[in-house]
Design a binder for this molecule. Sequence first.
Ligand code: FES
Length: 107
Amino acid sequence: MPKITVQGKTIICDHGENLRRVLLKHKINLYNGQSKLINCRGIGSCGTCAVEIEGEVSPANWKDKMRRSLPPHSPDKNRRLACQTKVLGDITVTKYDGFWGQGDRRI
Ligand code: FES
């Protein structure tokens, strides 16, 4: 069972579980500010669930790549959309500041 380290917590989840759902289930602050209310609920269009991930996850799908190619995101930054990501092994997740989580300061 994969282990997720995030915001000082350790979470155990099922192999292949959706990262957004796991984080929200465990009350992790995935969304910044008003994006808690204004987000696409996981369909991969808003980009506000962006996080940095170290460890084994599913490859980025087309929705993840497309949304992160648009401002204020940048395809050069090491981010992923949590809602489009499956957990495949032990990972460390970092959320950054900014409405979309596009900033450089860790939350
Ligand atoms: S929740 Fe909107 S892109 Fe992930």
